[in-house]
Design a protein. Sequence first.
Length: 412
Amino acid sequence: MKFFPDLGPFRSSPFRTLFFGQASSFLGSWIQNVGQGWLVYQITGSPFWLGLFGFASSLPLLLFSLPAGAAADRFPRRRIVILAQAAALLLSFLLGILTFFHLLSLVTLGILVFSLGLSGSFELPARQALFLDLVPKEEIRAAIAWNSFLFNGARLIGPAAAAFVIPSLGVAACFWANSLSYAFSLLCLLRISPPPQRSPGKAFFRSLREGVLYIASTKALMGQAVWIGLVTIFGWSYTILLPFFAEGVLHSGSRGLGLLLSANGAGSLLGSLTAATFVRNVSLPRVVSGGIALFLLSVGSFALSRSFPCSATLLGLAGFGLVVFLSAANAFLQEKATEELRGRVVGISALLFQGLFPIGSLFAALSSRSWGAPATVLLGVCLCACGSLWIGFRCFSRTARSGWEEGDRGRS
């Protein structure tokens, strides 16, 4: 049983080029995420504004994930990724300039954050589908695992880098680092020969409807989708409040924030490797249930912790549990999709996991304003736990279990 995913996809030169380009892009994005959160908290000193800006940055994913996924199935995916990343490069550079010269107002920051989210909402499904276009069908599972490894590896390294960049070079340097990362990524994309052009086929809204109906076709698929959405809204939204916990609860400053996020990323990276190893060999319901249980217990304990080492450890366990849960659900959805539906399936997956994040951010903002950040996190955990029990019962009934088992046989 291998701990790392299969190296087969790296036999493809275009895949290797795209992999290292996106490694740069992911790393820069996580450095900017830390800088952005720290900047908002330094300007406002309020967990409410942290939640509100989290809402603004992820709202485009909620609004545009589905049409972006349909666009990735109708138009050249490489071209979409190039245009989106070029826009993100310019926006990040402008954000750094305005921050450096102290010309940034909350309104301007909100507009730039929303615009960055808009470019990301179109880039995400096209990029993930492009990853799978560059490998043979028998290596799709390994390519998905490597994409998860890449994202979570950046979650480990990026915040740790930001923890040292902010005190030494300032927040503006985080935004410029992101611009440089996009520049390298674009150079890699330009070296890749575009995959064959797909015919537009069906009408835009008809093709969009087809993707939604695919997910809703069985109780097992629909159960996974609803479960991911529930965890995104009530469970994962704790991350938007981390600048408050770092400064207001643990008194560790920007460096502590970076280290907390890196601990979370380390757990996520280990979770992605564990999922790549065990999802094919362990019953899928057990993987999903074990992952969500560990995640909720860890996040609930983190809300009560007042010790930095304990909090960092708990965030690592939370990252591990969340990624194991999500890897099992998302790999199932994407692997079962045909090539013609893949962009739409990725778009729906992005809507559920990241597109619903603005609702979770708004929940965190409003709840923390009334009851405080620790109580907000505990409330989210309780709601998520109750919903998970109900969904687990519904989806793991005798009828639904046959859908899961059919999916497991499809992977073997």
